[in-house]
Design a binder for this molecule. Structure first.
Ligand code: ATP
Length: 375
């Protein structure tokens, strides 16, 4: 249940048509989104897509050119940052170097006139929350990067804001520490239940941490959804390409059969996909289709895959052993390339060596159709 946010919980952050430009540069272009109370919500997108600008407007460091930003249903545009019940954690921890860890965590509380036993209790609880009680007397420079970031999180949460904004908080950490801190952040959020709005360009991080994700590109939200949705059913070519590894093929609709679409792709081979939700497809329409590499099974050319599966023949171009899996890069007719990840745990033989003819097949439920975008 830890991973199911309560979507009947009140909407805490509501963005409506939020737009912001800098001279000739549109940074945020009409973003609508709702974040519910208690959610761990991520805004995921490449550098420059407008994530930080969006967060700064929610914090009150900048105002939108148009649109509304509501916190608990109240329009915040024009309300200064310190009057919003919001705190921000940045990539640079921005701790006070001359203060101890304890005083850093106490800082916001003292400004809120919390004193005495109540202050000690709140600081103590939050140091415990981030597992740094034993470091209370140290200064930030005597801590590792991960520990400093935990102090920053404790400091931000100690004031008990309604909403915590986190802008690439793990960006400065090395890969291994980052993974540990992801687990840590998840635990902290689930424990305190504060709404987290998290900005990252790291797709894996967003998938691991979030209840829901908004995928941004060039100032717009291209898709919202649960991690499984944005990964398994990308709505656009951008989302398919940005999250994980995708195979993208051009195809033509050759028929619609109930809730299935028949397609010609990879050199007039027959493909099948579930009818995309909320969109009609026309016979003869040029579309793009995608299938994730781990959904593809690799057979020798003579083997018949299960009935009804998509089945494409091709020639192995490259085999890359990656430990957990082996990646097969296969050239298919029509000039496209498909990548298949085969788990080494279940790999029984040499399924293919470069130059070998193979058959790649997958359950059509894993083929996703979207509009062909002119690149
Ligand atoms: P990153 O992950 O690199 O921080 P981002 O997704 O957070 O990127 P933003 O920082 O929001 O992106 O920037 C969005 C766009 O707006 C960029 O093209 C950026 O150059 C531009 N921009 C942001 N702030 C300003 C500013 N103060 N003045 C001019 N242009 C700006």
């Amino acid at each position: 249940e830890a991973n199911t946010p309560d979507l009947y919980a009140p909407v805490e952050v509501g963005l409506h048509g939020v737009t912001k430009s800098f001279s000739d540069q549109v940074a945020v272009a009409g973003v609508d989104l709702n974040v519910h109370e208690g959610e761990f919500f991520s805004v995921l997108g490449p550098s420059g897509c407008g994530k930080t600008t969006l967060l700064r407007m929610i914090a009150g460091f900048a105002d939108p050119d148009s649109g509304r930003i509501e916190l608990d249903g109240v329009d915040m545009v024009g309300v200064p940052p310190h009057r919003r019940d919001v705190n921000t954690v940045f990539q640079s921890y921005a701790l006070f170097p001359h203060m101890t860890v304890w005083d850093n965590v106490a800082y916001g509380l003292r400004r809120k006139r919390v004193r005495g036993a109540e202050l000690r209790k709140r600081v103590g609880e939050h140091l415990e929350l981030v597992q740094l009680s034993q470091f209370a007397k140290r200064r930030p420079t005597q801590l590792s990067g991960g520990q400093q970031q935990r102090v920053a999180i404790a400091r931000a949460l100690a004031a008990q804001p309604r909403l915590l904004l986190l802008d690439e908080p793990l960006g400065a950490l090395d890969a291994k520490l980052r993974k540990q801190m992801q687990i840590e952040l998840m635990r902290i959020q689930r424990e305190v239940g504060t709404t987290f709005l998290y900005v990252t360009h790291d797709q894996e991080e967003a998938l691991v941490l979030s209840h829901r994700i908004a995928v941004m590109n060039a100032g717009r939200v291209e898709q919202f959804g649960y991690p499984e949705e944005v990964y398994e059913r990308p709505a656009t070519r951008f989302v398919a390409g940005f999250i994980g590894t995708s195979n993208i093929l051009d195809a033509t609709v050759s028929g619609v059969d109930g809730s299935w679409v028949d397609l010609d792709g990879a050199g007039a081979q027959r493909l099948r996909a579930a009818l995309p939700e909320g969109r009609a497809v026309r016979h003869g329409e040029a579309v793009s289709v995608t299938v994730r590499p781990e959904k593809i099974h690799l057979y020798d050319e003579a083997t018949q895959p299960p009935t009804g599966w998509c089945s494409v023949h091709g020639t192995v171009a490259d085999v890359v052993y990656t430990g957990v899996s082996t990646q097969y890069v296969v050239d298919v007719p029509g000039g496209d390339t498909l990548v298949a990840f085969v788990q080494n745990a279940v790999r029984v033989d040499d399924a293919g060596a470069p130059g070998q003819a193979v058959r790649m097949a997958w359950d059509p439920a894993f083929t996703v159709v979207f509009e062909k975008e002119v690149l």
